[in-house]
Design a binder for this molecule. Sequence first.
Ligand code: F0G
Length: 458
Amino acid sequence: MELPYIEPYKIKMVEAIQTSTINQRKKWIAAAKYNLFKLSSDQVRIDLLTDSGTGAMSDKQWAEIMLGDESYAGSSSYEKLEQTVKQITGFPFFIPTHQGRAAENVLFSALVKKGDIVPGNSHFDTTKGHIEFRKATAIDCTIDEAFDTTVQHPFKGNLDISKLEKIVQKHSAEKIPFVLITITCNSAGGQPVSMQNIKQVHQFCKYYKIPLYFDSARFAENAYFIKTREAGYAKKTIKEIVKEMFSFSDGMTMSAKKDGLVNMGGFIALKNPEVYTSCITYNIIYEGFVTYGGMSGRDMGALAVGLQEATEFSYLQSRIQQVHYLGERLITLGVPVQQPFGGHAIYLDANKFVPNIPKEEYRAQALAIELYISSGIRSVEIGTILADRDPITRNNRYPKLELVRLALPRRTYTLSHLEYIAIAIKNVYDTRNEAKKGYNIHWEAPIMRHFTVELDKL
Ligand code: F0G
């Protein structure tokens, strides 16, 4: 028989999981105003809120923590990270930041101005927030296939060139400071972008002289999908594919909390020396001196090791097989999920799961709350609450997909945890017809409301 795959690591340190009862969780979620972000972690049994900064570091990363050089300027940990970023991405310029949105803040301060248009593939919410905060507009150019959870397409994160073309015709290329490709595309379900599509967008940008940037939080997972799904890449290493992907762009922002395998950190990497010079000034104002940018030396060292580990095939294979194991289990149990599965999470299709709850009553959020109460699993709504209001009309934006994201932290949970998650979801699915009412917004922040929103149960 063929031997099954195993995780390419064993566990050296463990952290206790807290248990609780349904009645306790009912009280806690009511006290949290039905916002899962407001729960404390010991009220959660399995935490699938995010894969961001929640993974486990390796022994080699922890060893780097002890070697951290905390010098304000010119620390050796910075140099290790700089060398690694340049080697892995191929970009000549590098600026550390404290996390991904900080990288967005610095880069967009240099590039985005009022009235600009930033086309992309379903921009992440902080990215959209940073664009809209500057009174610019983010336009979604993801291919239509991404918005039907049953369509089998290997690269649902791809951009539709005809949608990009229409934007240029309507607004002119001068209004577009850059096109942004998010790899993998988180908001569309952790879906990858193919190398062919990256090349097409690059050609498009070159023709109109528009720079092309990547939001690269899960760039290594994207490279894994290119290797395993796209013709011509099976024999290439992940590191070769990563280099090729980045060769088509002018720069990247990075949330190292994902494919950097660290708990905190980020960076910008760039081709253009003028953009680099401009970013440095903003980095010093917002983040810190250029050789630390909001990160401690030890964290930069751990990130340098994490980037190497995250771009190893064996790590990525086990990571993505774990996510897909959960997806397969849910399909076997008849639960509607986004297909094909993405890299970092499985997404429940709330439109199909709880269609009886009106979309105006935030059905995906209602489903996430029910899953928490019944099993202690914390997930996150990727639906109307996250989509926020239109900045001009202030009306709710109803996205085509109402999803509940089950994001798997890296190297953190085992197969039995996945089994628990699958059965817990099946149990909620079996009682779905009883769910008819959702929630009302009691209070919300003017921007990025999902983190702090307060809800009333209807
Ligand atoms: N870009 C993408 C595609 C992201 O998924 C995130 C964060 C960011 C940028 C911002 O990075 O958190 O380091 O400031 N995503 C997390 C998530 C929060 O749960 O998906 P950050």
